[in-house]
Write a protein that binds this ligand. Structure first.
Ligand code: OSB
Ligand code: MG
Length: 358
């Protein structure tokens, strides 16, 4: 496999409804699409999941574009690879910038699977069952009940609610109790601290199946204390940027479950390595979302098909965020799950308003 050319496309679309977290409200999503091509013109796609500004991670769309164009593209262009796992090795000399690396590396995996004529999920050893869907409901007090009812009506069986020390815990408790058929996750995006630990202990009694990232990404000791004092499983999202971070979580008893985000981990190679560690230590795993477009979601669906994914991830219908997604067909949630594509690679064609890219 020779990487003959690499191209970047910028995407920007408004969200159908603003996405509110304790950190930021997202109304527009900007992204970069990476297209790698072999000498025959066959193409593979990856998507950069960094945001426009560094509110969620250090990396941004602009920093990723810079790193991809000035460092990663020259490293990879014209290279002969026997396997896509070599890309991570090739990028080792570049510090950090995992989202930039992932955007390029995942594109090479797609191309590799397409050349083999196999769905990526199959190539990686996934099972063909449809992937359970999951949706995020706004943190807005006035909108929670309506959001949950609508999600249930649309077939979602897992609902994630953004929480913070300002959340009305009585309301959350009632909502969980009112929907025994649904699985509820709480996501704090690091909004709690030592001073609000007591509020977190109240939230522990609301009946959530897990609480995601109660404290900041470096707050290992507070997470260990939460794991010790709470019955709700502690799930780390922002803290998990490498397999070493999972090892630290295990060593410090700082969590029970991890969210896998391929962008934050640096792509498929590091994600597969992280999964092996989790499986070995019986750490629960699920696939997290980044309000991304269909290319990243398609890679995520392949990831969710792999052994060891124990909980439903952030998989919503393309229409949940977008008037029109960039893939064809779009992601469809049916009977609470998303079917895996039987086509080669990520299994979707990439389309823009101005026509198909392939
Ligand atoms: O914390 O999981 C998060 C979206 C953007 C940034 C961080 C997070 C999220 C989500 C997932 O909650 C939303 C989705 O794509 O379904
Ligand atoms: Mg999260």
């Amino acid at each position: 496999l020779v990487i003959a050319s690499i191209r970047l496309e910028r995407i920007e679309k408004p969200l159908r409804t603003p996405f509110k977290t304790s950190l930021q409200t997202v109304t527009e999503r900007e992204s970069l699409l990476v297209e790698v091509a072999d000498a025959s013109g066959m193409k593979g796609y990856g998507e950069c999941v960094a945001f426009t500004t560094p509110w969620y991670t250090e990396e941004t769309v602009a920093s990723c574009r810079f790193v991809i164009e000035t460092v990663l593209v020259p490293l990879l262009t014209g290279r002969t690879l026997t396997h896509p796992a070599e890309v991570w090795e090739l990028f080792k000399a570049v510090k950090g910038n995992r989202m930039a690396k992932a955007a390029v590396e995942t594109a090479v995996w797609d191309l590799y699977a397409k050349r083999r004529g196999m769905p990526l999920w199959q190539l990686l050893g996934g099972t063909p069952e449809a992937i359970p869907a999951g949706v995020v409901v706004a943190a807005d007090k006035a909108k929670i009940a309506g959001g949950v009812a609508e999600a249930a009506l649309n077939g979602y069986r897992r609902i994630k609610i953004k929480v913070s020390p300002a959340s009305e815990i009585g309301l959350l408790k009632k909502m969980v109790a009112d929907h025994p058929q649904l699985l509820f996750f709480a996501d704090a995006n690091g909004a709690f601290d030592e001073a609000s630990f007591g509020t977190l202990l109240e939230l522990d009694r609301a009946g959530f199946s897990l609480i995601e990232q109660p404290f900041g990404e470096q707050e290992w000791k507070l997470h260990a204390r939460a794991k010790k004092e709470m019955k709700t499983p502690i799930c780390l999202d922002e803290s998990i940027k490498s397999s070493d971070d999972v090892q630290r979580m295990i060593d410090e008893r700082a969590g029970d479950v991890v969210v896998l985000k391929m962008g934050r981990l640096g792509g498929w190679s590091e994600t597969l390595k992280t999964m092996e560690l989790c499986r070995h230590h019986a750490i629960g795993m699920w696939v997290g979302g980044m309000i991304e477009f269909g290319v990243s979601k398609a890679h995520n669906l392949a990831l969710a098909s792999l052994p060891g994914i124990t909980l439903p991830g952030d998989f919503s219908d393309s229409r949940h965020f977008w008037e029109r997604d960039i893939i064809e067909p779009e992601i469809k949630v049916e009977n609470g799950s998303v079917a895996l594509s039987g086509r080669a690679g990520i299994g979707y064609e990439v389309h823009f308003e101005n026509g198909p890219l392939q």
